[in-house]
Design a protein around this ligand. Structure first.
Ligand code: S3P
Length: 430
């Protein structure tokens, strides 16, 4: 699929489920590989990113069987990974690279983690520094970019305060902590997603969270598990936004992850006027999930800044693209991190929303998108710069534009949501 044409739509209605959560799938796969015995993971994410993690685990000698959305992993135990014969390719996945860096730092063999052109431009020093404090030996291109050459070393426990809120960095340190005698702890300035902590507990590690601090004990015996992954709220957001843009919409997203460290997006949308209700809320393996109902309503818009940014990091592209459909417009600040994601998301959003006729002001740490008074969007050629979330956010905005839009290189959506365009198409009324 080289490009995708998006025609304006009248409404989006019906029920859908979104793919299994990407963040949780990575963590379950990695911990299953380090556990003893077999793990069976249901509703495993079909995202290309999670496939990258599974392929890396295979190269480390782990047997992985994939049957539709069920993944069986035959764990090797904490010390059972094998030296890979080839480089480990994380492709587009920052989570794969940073989490595996934590695991590989404590092995008795050398390995190299690489990725695609986008991942090879993303900052790795944030993970290299704490791991080096633990005794890891990691060499990087220009001392900060992948490929990462990891020699493998005996690690020591540390107490680390994260300078930048990042669940990936926190997770890398906690995973490395499994290989360090004693207790490793990480403190975070803002609470980020806690899937690693919950998954570690589920597999039997000794992990404790108190306030903004997480501690894990080294050398646990992890045990294989039967697990089910809830739907990915960061994928659901595109459908929530479509329902808010298109009058007459009424949607139900079933089995969606509702972990409180991920639901800031629901609070923000509700504060802006979105009628959202949650039903059938359940807890499995420490993770909340449930059905999310939404219907169309006018949106106020507003400013997103400060600590909220870290809790909404993956939803910011969609929030920015909602700007032209709101009364006051959307302003996002304190979000410099968006410049070092799969693309420079601030620049990519500003460029593509302007192409659609939006009035956008760009700042080093964010952007301001004018609301409805600046006029209706018009169909345009969108270049998502190979970034899945930019492709999907612009496609949703295009549903509410005048005239068709063409999303270039739309296949990049598969990085998190392989069936995004067909799922969308099935629910739209034109
Ligand atoms: C993720 C953490 C976030 C997020 C990414 C997934 C994770 O990245 O943007 O999509 O699974 O831990 P950072 O840790 O860089 O904030």
């Amino acid at each position: 699929m080289a490009k995708q044409t998006i025609f304006p739509a009248r409404a989006i209605s019906g029920a859908l489920s979104v793919p299994g959560d990407k963040s949780i799938s990575h963590r379950y796969a990695i911990l299953a590989a380090l556990a003893e015995g077999r793990s069976e993971i249901h509703n495993f994410s079909p995202a290309a990113d999670c496939r990258s993690t599974l392929e890396c685990l295979r190269r480390l000698g782990v047997s992985v069987d994939i049957e539709k959305d069920r993944v069986c992993i035959h764990g090797k135990g904490l010390r059972g990974l094998k030296a890979p014969k080839k480089k480990l390719d994380a492709e587009n996945s920052g989570t794969t690279m940073r989490l595996l860096a934590g695991v590989l730092a404590g092995q008795s063999f050398a390995s190299t983690l690489t990725g695609d052109a986008s991942l090879r431009r993303r900052p790795m020093r944030r993970v290299m520094e704490p791991l080096a404090q633990m005794g890891a030996r990691i060499r990087a291109r220009d001392a900060q970019f992948a490929p990462l050459e990891i020699t493998g070393a005996a690690l020591n426990a540390i107490d680390y305060s994260l300078p930048v809120p990042s669940a990936q960095v926190k997770s890398a340190i906690l995973l490395a902590g499994l290989f360090a005698p004693g207790e490793t702890s990480v403190s975070e300035p803002v609470r980020t997603r806690d899937h690693t902590e919950l998954a570690l507990a589920e597999f039997g590690a000794d992990v404790r969270t108190s306030g903004g601090n997480v501690r894990v004990a080294g050398g646990p015996r992890l045990e294989g598990r039967q697990l089910a992954v809830p739907g990915d709220i960061s994928s659901a957001v595109f459908f929530l936004a479509a329902a808010l843009i298109l009058p007459g919409s009424n949607l139900l997203i079933t089995g969606c992850g509702l972990n409180p460290t991920r639901t800031a997006i629901l609070d923000v949308l509700a504060t802006m006027g979105a009628p959202i209700s949650l039903v059938n809320v359940e807890m499995h393996h420490g993770e909340l999930s449930g059905d999310v109902a939404i219907c169309h309503a006018p949106l106020a818009g507003g400013v997103i800044s400060g600590p909220l940014v870290a809790q909404l990091i993956d939803e910011l592209p969609m929030l920015a693209a909602l700007g032209p459909f709101t009364e006051q417009g959307m302003e996002i600040r304190d979000a410099r991190e968006l410049r070092v994601k799969e693309s420079d998301r601030i620049a990519a959003l500003a460029e593509n929303l302007r192409r659609m006729g939006a009035k956008v002001e760009e700042f080093p740490d964010g952007l301001k998108v004018k609301g409805k008074s600046a006029g209706k969007l018009r169909g345009a050629k969108v270049d998502p710069r190979g970034d899945h979330r930019i492709a999907m956010a612009c496609a949703v905005a295009a549903l509410g534009a005048e005239g068709p839009s063409v999303i270039r290189d739309a296949a990049c959506a598969a990085v998190s949501f392989p069936n995004f365009f067909t799922t969308l198409d099935q629910l739209l009324a034109r």
